[in-house]
Design a protein around this ligand. Structure first.
Ligand SMILES: [Zn+2]
Length: 466
């Protein structure tokens, strides 16, 4: 398996440091607002990575943190006259629900900052003891970047540039412009923890290093095998995480660094149907979660992603084809079947998640089986093979998982759906009573609602006409 290491800036053969056990850590959300496309893209990329690693036989432990204490959360709680815990639990639930709608599996571990204070304090104490941190006159504790010869080795930034950039926000308590807070002392009544370090709150960068140490760190040169996150996190967040771990534990933080590209939005086009919003919850009102997943995954993870509704619709048409084939296979049971398609797809994804190649293979597979089923609609062998391939896509890429009929119902409101389902039930009753005239009338009424119906041995299904 090849992974592009964004620190080495090249594709490298992936070799875990502990045999088949792989540790993966990804920076998660700060829970003070609804999840947007950027959150979804990052969660999706690393969901895909975990699937591919597992398909290669690795035993993966995947952790993604939740920042549930932060200035922005405190501000939101104040603004809404709510408790911090109410704000964070609301947005954590929403995040889980929305990511699930995109077919994103929950990571194995989701450590929360408020539950990892001990680990954070221990790390600060270690850094103080090793003279990699100092307490300033205002009570804050800073990481001493000048004490770390390898500082900036991750982002390859130049110290002078870095200083110039950070001088604007430099406070007078720091020794050096690039020093960053490990602990912020709190002297008033605002939210704080009483700890051996004094009353205060942890710095954001500290959280990830401490959680990795607590939950994932293994023996060896590296704390984790792979560390991931959005490209915007490389500096200063990941640089600072790496410095903390290096100086507190004598270990490098990660053997491989993976960063997904930026997400931008074509605002004007979005406004038409999404009300100018780019929150996932709003997008899910308009589009099926599977369509969003397919669309967000269709651009390589390292490339910047520009959301446009035209691209999304083109992407949906491509996914529709997969579901149309799935419809042709409806009712058939999946049997375990080795197909070359599985190996081809995995080989494509093993090349630094080459999703374009994977999608091209899927298109070709769909076309191939449609041809065979066009030639002989009852070709059992073809159906079985196609179904086995479909299962491979579901496991590896996580889309195509829905009932194909329900997939084509998306965009109809609940009242409409209920009306159609009631009419179908009445038609079935009429058919059973052998009242074919009534059944035909009901059929016409259903069709007049802009849907098609299919009678199958598993029952009657309907879908929306395009
Ligand atoms: Zn982090």
């Amino acid at each position: 398996m090849l992974i592009y290491d964004s620190v080495a800036k090249e594709k490298r053969e992936f070799i875990p440091q502990n045999g088949h056990d792989v540790t993966l850590y990804v920076c998660g959300p700060t829970v003070y607002d609804d999840a947007h496309l950027g959150h979804a893209k990052s969660a999706l990329v690393f969901d895909l990575l975990a699937r591919v690693l597992r398909a290669n036989g690795y035993n993966v432990t995947y952790a993604r943190n939740i920042t549930d204490i932060d200035d922005k959360i405190i501000a939101k709680a104040k603004e809404q006259h709510k408790k911090i815990g109410d704000i964070t639990s609301h947005y954590i639930d929403a995040y889980h629900k929305e990511m699930a709608a995109l077919g994103i599996a929950r990571p194995d571990l989701e450590p929360r900052a408020t539950e990892s204070l001990e680990a954070m304090i221990a790390m600060v104490q270690e850094l103080l003891q090793r003279n990699h941190a100092y307490r300033a006159s205002n009570g804050d504790i800073y990481f001493d970047t000048a004490s770390d010869a390898q500082y900036l080795s991750l982002s390859h930034r130049i110290q002078e540039e870095c200083d110039r950039q950070q001088r604007i926000e430099t406070n007078t308590f720091k020794r050096h412009a690039s020093d960053f807070a490990l602990w912020k002392a709190v002297h008033d009544e605002s939210v704080a923890f009483d700890t051996p370090l004094g009353r205060g709150r942890p710095g954001w960068h500290l959280e990830c290093s401490a959680m990795i140490e607590k939950h994932l760190a293994r023996q060896g040169r590296y704390a984790v095998d792979i560390h991931g996150g959005g490209a915007d996190l490389l500096f200063p967040h990941h640089e600072n995480e790496a410095a903390q771990t290096r100086c507190a534990t004598d270990r490098d933080l990660a053997a491989y660094w993976m960063h997904n590209g930026f997400v931008t939005i074509d605002g004007e086009k979005m406004s038409k149907s999404l009300g100018n919003s780019f929150f996932i919850k709003d997008a899910l009102h308009v589009y099926d979660g599977d369509v969003l997943r397919f669309y967000l995954l269709s651009t390589h993870y390292r490339a910047n992603f520009n959301f446009s509704e035209a691209d999304l619709l083109a992407s949906k048409k491509r996914l529709d084809k997969l579901y149309r084939l799935k419809k042709r296979l409806f009712g058939l049971k999946t049997v375990a079947l080795e197909t070359s398609f599985h190996n081809d797809l995995l080989e494509a994804l093993n090349d630094d998640l080459n999703v374009s190649k994977a999608l091209a293979l899927i298109d070709a597979m769909v076309a191939h089986f449609n041809e065979r089923l066009d030639a002989d609609a009852k070709d059992k062998t073809a159906k079985r093979e196609a179904l086995a391939n479909m299962a491979v896509i579901e496991t590896l890429l996580g889309f195509g998982t829905k009932n194909p009929f329900e997939y084509f119902q998306h965009g109809m409101d609940a009242t409409h759906k209920e009306k159609i389902n009631t009419l179908i039930a009445r038609r079935n009753e009429a058919k059973q009573a052998k009242d074919y005239a009534a059944a035909d009338l009901l059929r016409d009424e259903i069709l007049s609602l802009g849907v098609s119906i299919m009678d199958t041995p598993e029952g009657t299904f309907w879908e929306r006409n395009d």
